[in-house]
Design a protein around this ligand. Structure first.
Ligand code: C2E
Ligand code: MG
Ligand code: MG
Ligand code: MG
Length: 295
């Protein structure tokens, strides 16, 4: 016993592992403070119709404007946030901030006779299984005035299959309130499909790895992408293709029957100012300014 413990301890203090652990602890401490220091930000990526690139919604993508490391992508800090549980407060902030922001844009759009935008928000397993998850989402909707019918939560397959009973109960409660559910990175996780009918799912997001190899009419990636779209249609699910980067991919997906897409061909993620300039009608945005000039 003592020997095994000693060995374990020896392995733990391996110098390279030590450096890694220290770097991780520093990142964790920084991240803990980031919320209070208001260093988190959200980029908004347009989601469009593949037929004519009309914007129908935006996906909220979190960023960390780190004081010394610069703008950090989720891959650099979301995993740490998930392990430490910080994702619960980060996720709550993203939900609140994105709903508040897009509620404002939608009021202006509807005032100008345009359709409101759908808002999609990524949600981690840790958030879903938090006791206050459902109430938290409902409170944000009430506080921000965001229409539940325009909110789409994105989860990965593993989130649902971790604790299926509990996940089902929570997403049914949200569905009852009008909130919809999308499966993100579809096709990269489990091969089981039965869960698609067990949960109140509305949308499949086709992972960009399938879209990447897609060219008009040929290739095995194309066959996989077409099969996912066909599966979606058979189950009356909407499909959104991720990572659409060129015109050939747009045509191939559209011809396969996929109605929606997002990707660099249309627009990358935008900061709130750029997103508002693109998505909110000019008249509604400049009304305040113009009134001031006339006065
Ligand atoms: P995701 O939900 O699959 O988001 C799509 C990712 O693809 C985004 O990366 C986006 O910038 C990128 N992307 C968009 N268009 C293209 C394209 O045409 N080509 C390519 N190659 N990539 C494209 P990003 O912003 O780095 O986000 C990475 C992941 O981090 C997201 O993947 C999502 O799973 C996670 N994430 C983002 N925001 C949040 C959040 O608020 N909470 C949680 N829990 N996870 C988040
Ligand atoms: Mg997503
Ligand atoms: Mg994702
Ligand atoms: Mg994805």
């Amino acid at each position: 016993r003592a020997k095994a413990g000693g060995k374990g301890r020896f392995a733990f203090f391996e110098p390279s592992m030590h450096a890694e652990a220290v770097a991780r602890l520093a990142l964790e401490a920084d991240l803990r403070a980031a919320l209070e220091r208001e260093e988190l930000a959200i980029s908004y990526q347009p989601i469009v119709t593949l037929q004519d690139a009309t914007v129908i919604g935006v996906e909220a993508l979190v960023r960390w404007e780190h004081p010394t490391r610069g703008s950090m992508k989720p891959a650099d800090f979301v995993p740490v946030a998930e392990e430490t549980g910080l994702i619960t407060s980060i996720g709550a902030w993203v939900m609140q901030e994105a709903c508040r922001r897009v509620a404002g844009w939608n009021a202006a759009r509807v005032g100008a006779g345009q359709e409101p935008l759908t808002l999609t928000v990524n949600v981690s397993a840790r958030q879903v299984y938090e006791p206050g998850f459902v109430d938290g989402v409902l409170e944000v909707l009430a506080e921000t005035g965001f229409d539940a019918a325009q909110l789409l939560l994105e989860i990965t397959e593993s989130v649902l299959l971790d604790r299926p009973e509990l996940a089902r109960e929570r997403f049914l409660a949200l569905r009852d309130a009008g909130v919809r559910l999308a499966v993100d990175d579809f096709g990269t996780g489990y091969s089981a499909l039965g869960y698609l009918q067990a949960f109140p799912i509305d949308t499949l997001k086709i992972d960009k790895s399938f879209v990447a190899g897609l060219r008009r009419g040929s290739g095995s990636q194309a066959a996989l992408a077409r099969t996912i779209v066909a599966l979606g249609r058979a189950l009356s699910l909407r499909t959104i293709a991720e990572g659409v980067e060129d015109e050939d991919q747009r045509i191939a997906l559209r011809d396969a029957g996929c109605a929606f897409g997002q990707g660099f061909l249309f627009s990358g993620p935008l900061d709130p100012v750029a997103a508002e300039a693109m998505l909110v009608p000019r008249v509604a945005r400049t009304r305040g300014k113009r009134a001031l000039k006339l006065a």
